[in-house]
Design a protein around this ligand. Structure first.
Ligand SMILES: [Zn+2]
Length: 257
């Protein structure tokens, strides 16, 4: 598997941007641009020149820094075709299933609507990493601003099916502690989840990030990826219900948690 220097960059109150650098070719890629200063600080410190900016969705806390960061080194900005009219500064557009090459890396775009109408998740198979924006969070999923529960459930099932278990998942926010508390509430007997909740609490107490996680961890502990698990349905009083219904109930409870 190829390697890269990957820097998680905390931005704003709880956003993450990610810088990916290849020392052989000198290629540097940024995923999402929540704000300029913390990202510019890493670029200044490392001397990396930004070649590519990849955008997951149109929300201001993911795109606010595009203009200024693009102007630094003339980076090419790539984003979701379905949200092109809502994002300033895009140079290249990707649609569901499209592949692109960025420096030494291949990237595959996966449409994951639900949080917004046309967001993309990005999978770098050679690096074993994926960027899921505000769709799949560590032990959670994004709020349904522009899609319904069935749409988001379908998106999460796609990620569950496509991404290998050892894929490291970089999501757009540090919401993990809150998600952990919610998850253990609906799935209290899950031993893997119990261990993960303890790990997350310890990490946050030390001020460490909980991102990335792995797809295997998410499959085992994220209730939003398990809406079709009969045991989870039963645990929330929806025995025999359709996965979309279970998912909708989980999301509704999380909205008020
Ligand atoms: Zn968002």
């Amino acid at each position: 598997m190829a390697t890269a220097d990957i820097r998680l960059v905390p931005c704003r109150s709880d956003n993450y941007a990610v810088l990916v650098h290849d020392s052989e070719t000198g290629t540097t890629l940024l995923v999402d641009a929540p704000e300029v200063a913390p990202i510019a600080a890493v670029l200044d410190e490392t001397g990396w020149s930004l070649d590519h900016i990849l955008i997951t969705h149109h929300h201001p806390d993911h795109v606010a820094g595009i203009g200024e960061l693009k102007a630094r080194n003339g980076a090419v900005v790539t984003g979701p075709k379905q949200e092109a009219s809502r994002i300033d500064g895009l140079d290249e557009l990707l649609d569901d299933g499209a592949s692109a090459t960025m420096g030494p890396w291949a990237v595959r775009a996966i449409a994951t609507p639900g949080h917004t109408a046309g967001p993309l998740s990005y999978w770098f198979p050679d690096l074993g990493i994926a960027f899921t924006g505000d769709t799949l969070f560590a032990m959670g999923c994004g709020r349904l601003f522009e899609g319904d529960a069935a749409t988001m459930w379908a998106s999460l099932k796609t990620l569950r099916q496509v991404l290998p278990d050892d894929t490291r998942i970089y999501c757009g926010h540090e919401y993990t502690l809150k998600n952990a508390e919610f998850s253990i509430g609906v799935d209290p007997e899950n031993e893997v989840l119990k261990a993960r909740v303890a790990d997350v609490k310890a990490k946050r107490a030390r001020g460490e990030p909980t991102v990335p996680s792995t797809m295997a961890e998410e499959k085992a502990t994220n209730p939003f990826l398990r809406a079709d698990d009969p045991a989870l349905a039963a645990a929330i009083g929806l025995e025999g219900a359709a996965p979309e219904e279970v998912f909708a109930e989980l999301r509704a409870r999380r909205d008020v948690a």
